[in-house]
Design a binder for this molecule. Structure first.
Ligand SMILES: N[C@@H](CCC(=O)N[C@@H](CS)C(=O)NCC(=O)O)C(=O)O
Length: 231
Protein backbone atom coordinates (compact mmCIF):
# COMPACT_ATOMS: atom_id res chain seq x y z
CA UNK A 1 0.00 0.00 0.00
CA UNK A 2 1.14 3.52 -0.79
CA UNK A 3 2.40 6.21 1.59
CA UNK A 4 0.24 9.25 2.32
CA UNK A 5 1.90 12.64 2.79
CA UNK A 6 0.05 15.42 4.61
CA UNK A 7 1.20 18.72 3.19
CA UNK A 8 0.79 22.43 2.78
CA UNK A 9 2.56 24.15 -0.15
CA UNK A 10 6.21 25.02 0.59
CA UNK A 11 6.08 23.71 4.16
CA UNK A 12 8.58 21.14 5.46
CA UNK A 13 6.60 18.42 3.65
CA UNK A 14 8.33 19.49 0.43
CA UNK A 15 11.53 17.93 1.79
CA UNK A 16 9.77 14.59 2.23
CA UNK A 17 8.13 14.98 -1.17
CA UNK A 18 11.55 15.45 -2.80
CA UNK A 19 12.67 12.20 -1.16
CA UNK A 20 9.55 10.32 -2.32
CA UNK A 21 9.99 11.60 -5.87
CA UNK A 22 13.73 10.83 -5.89
CA UNK A 23 13.10 7.30 -4.64
CA UNK A 24 10.32 6.92 -7.19
CA UNK A 25 7.83 5.37 -4.82
CA UNK A 26 4.05 5.58 -5.07
CA UNK A 27 2.37 8.01 -2.64
CA UNK A 28 -0.77 10.02 -2.16
CA UNK A 29 -0.92 13.57 -0.80
CA UNK A 30 -3.56 15.24 1.37
CA UNK A 31 -3.53 19.01 1.77
CA UNK A 32 -3.84 20.51 5.25
CA UNK A 33 -4.99 24.11 4.82
CA UNK A 34 -2.69 26.23 6.98
CA UNK A 35 -4.64 29.36 6.00
CA UNK A 36 -7.50 27.84 8.01
CA UNK A 37 -5.12 26.59 10.76
CA UNK A 38 -6.19 23.06 9.84
CA UNK A 39 -2.88 21.76 11.25
CA UNK A 40 -4.34 22.50 14.69
CA UNK A 41 -7.68 20.81 14.05
CA UNK A 42 -8.58 17.81 16.25
CA UNK A 43 -8.60 15.63 13.12
CA UNK A 44 -5.00 16.51 12.24
CA UNK A 45 -3.73 16.45 15.85
CA UNK A 46 -4.50 12.72 15.82
CA UNK A 47 -1.73 12.37 13.24
CA UNK A 48 0.74 14.80 14.85
CA UNK A 49 -0.08 16.10 18.35
CA UNK A 50 2.37 18.98 17.75
CA UNK A 51 0.13 20.36 14.99
CA UNK A 52 3.03 20.49 12.53
CA UNK A 53 3.64 19.36 8.98
CA UNK A 54 4.83 17.06 7.59
CA UNK A 55 3.17 13.81 8.49
CA UNK A 56 3.75 10.64 6.52
CA UNK A 57 1.50 7.65 6.92
CA UNK A 58 3.25 4.40 6.13
CA UNK A 59 0.68 1.60 6.27
CA UNK A 60 3.43 -0.78 7.39
CA UNK A 61 4.03 1.29 10.56
CA UNK A 62 1.81 1.16 13.65
CA UNK A 63 1.59 5.00 13.87
CA UNK A 64 1.89 8.01 11.54
CA UNK A 65 5.38 9.46 11.29
CA UNK A 66 6.20 13.09 12.05
CA UNK A 67 9.48 15.06 12.30
CA UNK A 68 11.09 15.68 8.93
CA UNK A 69 14.41 14.03 9.78
CA UNK A 70 12.72 10.91 11.18
CA UNK A 71 10.62 10.54 8.04
CA UNK A 72 13.68 11.03 5.80
CA UNK A 73 15.69 8.44 7.71
CA UNK A 74 12.78 6.00 7.60
CA UNK A 75 12.45 6.37 3.82
CA UNK A 76 16.20 6.15 3.24
CA UNK A 77 16.37 2.96 5.32
CA UNK A 78 13.23 1.37 3.84
CA UNK A 79 14.38 1.88 0.26
CA UNK A 80 18.18 1.76 0.69
CA UNK A 81 18.28 5.06 -1.16
CA UNK A 82 19.39 8.66 -0.69
CA UNK A 83 22.04 7.64 1.83
CA UNK A 84 25.59 6.33 1.66
CA UNK A 85 25.34 2.55 1.61
CA UNK A 86 28.73 1.73 3.12
CA UNK A 87 28.29 0.94 6.88
CA UNK A 88 31.22 3.18 7.79
CA UNK A 89 29.34 6.26 6.57
CA UNK A 90 26.26 5.70 8.76
CA UNK A 91 27.58 8.04 11.44
CA UNK A 92 28.09 10.86 8.98
CA UNK A 93 24.53 10.50 7.70
CA UNK A 94 23.15 10.61 11.23
CA UNK A 95 25.21 13.50 12.51
CA UNK A 96 24.43 15.83 9.60
CA UNK A 97 20.77 14.85 9.43
CA UNK A 98 20.39 15.58 13.14
CA UNK A 99 22.35 18.81 12.77
CA UNK A 100 20.05 19.98 9.99
CA UNK A 101 17.01 19.12 12.07
CA UNK A 102 17.92 20.27 15.56
CA UNK A 103 20.21 23.20 14.71
CA UNK A 104 19.58 24.72 11.26
CA UNK A 105 15.86 23.98 10.99
CA UNK A 106 15.28 24.75 14.68
CA UNK A 107 16.90 28.19 14.34
CA UNK A 108 14.94 28.85 11.15
CA UNK A 109 11.75 28.04 13.03
CA UNK A 110 12.70 30.68 15.59
CA UNK A 111 13.15 33.17 12.74
CA UNK A 112 9.82 32.26 11.16
CA UNK A 113 7.87 32.30 14.41
CA UNK A 114 9.95 34.67 16.58
CA UNK A 115 6.87 35.98 18.38
CA UNK A 116 6.35 32.50 19.87
CA UNK A 117 9.77 32.74 21.55
CA UNK A 118 9.73 36.39 22.72
CA UNK A 119 6.71 38.03 24.30
CA UNK A 120 7.41 41.66 23.47
CA UNK A 121 7.88 43.26 20.08
CA UNK A 122 11.17 44.78 21.18
CA UNK A 123 12.51 41.34 22.06
CA UNK A 124 11.38 39.97 18.70
CA UNK A 125 13.26 42.77 16.96
CA UNK A 126 16.37 42.11 19.06
CA UNK A 127 16.30 38.36 18.48
CA UNK A 128 16.05 38.41 14.69
CA UNK A 129 19.59 39.66 13.88
CA UNK A 130 21.02 37.10 16.32
CA UNK A 131 19.11 34.35 14.56
CA UNK A 132 20.25 35.62 11.17
CA UNK A 133 23.89 35.42 12.27
CA UNK A 134 23.34 31.95 13.67
CA UNK A 135 21.77 30.71 10.42
CA UNK A 136 24.60 32.24 8.39
CA UNK A 137 27.15 30.54 10.65
CA UNK A 138 25.38 27.20 10.15
CA UNK A 139 25.39 27.67 6.38
CA UNK A 140 29.10 28.56 6.42
CA UNK A 141 29.83 25.42 8.42
CA UNK A 142 27.85 23.32 5.95
CA UNK A 143 29.67 24.95 3.02
CA UNK A 144 32.98 24.04 4.66
CA UNK A 145 31.82 20.46 5.20
CA UNK A 146 30.89 20.05 1.51
CA UNK A 147 34.44 21.19 0.66
CA UNK A 148 36.05 19.02 3.37
CA UNK A 149 34.40 15.80 2.19
CA UNK A 150 35.20 16.57 -1.44
CA UNK A 151 31.58 17.33 -2.45
CA UNK A 152 29.68 17.89 -4.55
CA UNK A 153 27.02 16.82 -1.99
CA UNK A 154 27.04 17.19 1.79
CA UNK A 155 28.03 13.56 2.32
CA UNK A 156 30.37 13.34 -0.67
CA UNK A 157 29.85 11.93 -4.14
CA UNK A 158 26.21 10.82 -3.88
CA UNK A 159 23.07 12.84 -3.20
CA UNK A 160 21.38 12.07 0.11
CA UNK A 161 18.36 13.07 2.17
CA UNK A 162 20.63 15.65 3.84
CA UNK A 163 20.97 17.60 0.59
CA UNK A 164 17.19 17.77 0.17
CA UNK A 165 16.72 19.04 3.71
CA UNK A 166 19.59 21.54 3.45
CA UNK A 167 18.36 22.97 0.14
CA UNK A 168 14.84 23.54 1.45
CA UNK A 169 16.22 25.32 4.51
CA UNK A 170 18.29 27.63 2.29
CA UNK A 171 15.20 28.28 0.16
CA UNK A 172 13.04 29.21 3.16
CA UNK A 173 15.77 31.46 4.64
CA UNK A 174 15.37 33.67 1.55
CA UNK A 175 11.56 33.74 1.68
CA UNK A 176 10.42 33.70 5.30
CA UNK A 177 9.50 35.56 7.38
CA UNK A 178 8.39 37.81 4.57
CA UNK A 179 9.31 40.94 6.51
CA UNK A 180 12.89 39.92 7.28
CA UNK A 181 14.66 37.45 5.01
CA UNK A 182 18.27 36.59 4.32
CA UNK A 183 19.37 37.87 0.94
CA UNK A 184 20.62 35.62 -1.85
CA UNK A 185 24.02 37.34 -1.64
CA UNK A 186 24.77 35.21 1.43
CA UNK A 187 24.24 32.05 -0.59
CA UNK A 188 26.38 33.39 -3.44
CA UNK A 189 29.21 33.88 -0.92
CA UNK A 190 29.25 30.13 -0.14
CA UNK A 191 30.55 28.49 -3.35
CA UNK A 192 30.28 24.83 -2.34
CA UNK A 193 26.75 25.25 -1.06
CA UNK A 194 25.85 27.26 -4.16
CA UNK A 195 27.13 24.45 -6.41
CA UNK A 196 25.09 21.88 -4.49
CA UNK A 197 21.92 23.96 -4.74
CA UNK A 198 22.35 24.56 -8.45
CA UNK A 199 22.84 20.86 -9.13
CA UNK A 200 19.88 19.83 -7.01
CA UNK A 201 17.62 22.36 -8.66
CA UNK A 202 18.00 20.71 -12.07
CA UNK A 203 16.99 17.23 -10.92
CA UNK A 204 13.67 16.20 -12.48
CA UNK A 205 12.44 14.56 -9.25
CA UNK A 206 13.10 17.75 -7.30
CA UNK A 207 11.24 19.90 -9.83
CA UNK A 208 8.37 17.39 -9.82
CA UNK A 209 8.14 17.61 -6.03
CA UNK A 210 7.89 21.41 -6.05
CA UNK A 211 5.64 21.36 -9.10
CA UNK A 212 3.21 19.12 -7.23
CA UNK A 213 2.95 21.88 -4.60
CA UNK A 214 2.40 24.57 -7.26
CA UNK A 215 5.96 25.92 -7.04
CA UNK A 216 8.13 26.74 -10.05
CA UNK A 217 10.90 29.14 -11.02
CA UNK A 218 14.22 29.28 -9.15
CA UNK A 219 13.90 26.93 -6.19
CA UNK A 220 16.95 27.38 -3.98
CA UNK A 221 18.79 30.57 -5.00
CA UNK A 222 16.69 33.77 -5.23
CA UNK A 223 13.46 31.74 -5.02
CA UNK A 224 10.13 33.43 -5.64
CA UNK A 225 7.03 33.19 -3.50
CA UNK A 226 4.59 30.53 -4.58
CA UNK A 227 1.21 31.98 -5.57
CA UNK A 228 -0.47 29.51 -3.21
CA UNK A 229 1.82 30.11 -0.17
CA UNK A 230 0.06 29.65 3.14
CA UNK A 231 2.49 31.88 5.11
N1 LIG B 1 10.44 19.82 13.89
C1 LIG B 1 9.45 19.76 12.85
C2 LIG B 1 9.18 21.16 12.36
C3 LIG B 1 8.14 21.17 11.26
C4 LIG B 1 7.61 22.57 10.98
O1 LIG B 1 8.19 23.58 11.39
N2 LIG B 1 6.49 22.63 10.26
C5 LIG B 1 5.88 23.89 9.95
C6 LIG B 1 5.78 24.08 8.45
S1 LIG B 1 7.35 24.27 7.69
C7 LIG B 1 4.46 23.91 10.47
O2 LIG B 1 3.77 22.93 10.41
N3 LIG B 1 4.05 25.06 10.99
C8 LIG B 1 2.72 25.26 11.44
C9 LIG B 1 2.68 25.89 12.77
O3 LIG B 1 3.73 26.09 13.41
O4 LIG B 1 1.56 26.19 13.21
C10 LIG B 1 9.91 18.86 11.72
O5 LIG B 1 11.12 18.73 11.53
O6 LIG B 1 9.08 18.27 11.03
Amino acid sequence: MAYTLFYSPDSANVVVRMALEEIGVDYGALEVDRRQDAQRSPAFLKFNPQGLLPVLVDPAQDEPLFETAAILLHLADQHAALKPLQPGARGRLLKWLFYLSNTLHADLRMLFYTERYAAEAVAVTALRPILHSRVLAHLALLDAEIARCGGPWLLGPAVSVCDLYLAACVRWSQLYPRSDTLGAQHVHALPHLLGLLKMLETRPAVRRAFGAEGISGPLFVSPVYPANASV
